[in-house]
Write a protein that binds this ligand. Sequence first.
Ligand code: CO
Length: 291
Amino acid sequence: MKNTDEIIEKYRKAGKILSKVRAEAAKKVVEGASLLSVAEFTENLIREKGGEPAFPVNISRNDEAAHSTPSFNDKSVFGKDMVKLDIGVHIDGYIADTAITVDLSENPELVKAAESALGEAIKFIHSGVNTSDIGGVIDDTISSFGFKPIINLTGHGLAQYIQHAPPSIPNKRMPHGVVLEEGDIVAIEPFATNGGGKIHDAGSAEIYHIVSDRPVRHPSARALLQEIGKYKTLPFAKRWLGERVDFAIVQLVRAGVIQPYPILKEIKGGLISQAEHTIIVTQDGCEVITR
Ligand code: CO
């Protein structure tokens, strides 16, 4: 289905808000600052500028790749970390998605590897390009720095209220790809590591999403479901729901109504850097809406 001009304008508006928010948020990431203060600052700024967070701000450190966000009353602070901020804004469900690495760990080459891979991929994209070849460009660029891409994380398409829609944009060459067409809206997100090049689920979750509209009987679970309905199919943070929601959350997970996003970590404990932009594919290139 083709996006109308009106819809494309909503993506662009989300992207414009997001690029300003990313710049402001990155400045807040300093040694000793609390993760919770950065998350709340970022999410509030999105709302102030007329958008909504498309998902909880992901603040992933060091060997964490994604799905880490502070808990309610979280006390953790930044140290000499490699920090990834992954931020999303939506306007009526139309999402722009971006990520930046703020390096407090003194590993500039690793950051450059992910950023260069994103830059090369953006230069390479045009209508008719195969996603497998984009993966090849990303892999080749990261490898040229002596690092590895994270091969089981990918970029992705975006659709209304769906932040991971097809097609996936691999971070290495694949046997089969998909041909991108003019008007396709996708997020390109290379991850680079000095570790093994893969991530695994590391348990513990602060981020969830609704996966079924099956009825629930327990009153507290029902009340919570009513509250989270406004997020539709988008991810939400447990900390957005107040302090005493653990029981209701467990009930909703058991009933198969919501699912957690476990934190993803590098298999060998390697440091991970990330860069991400959302783009609209054009006839002879692409328009970066989060620059
Ligand atoms: Co993304």
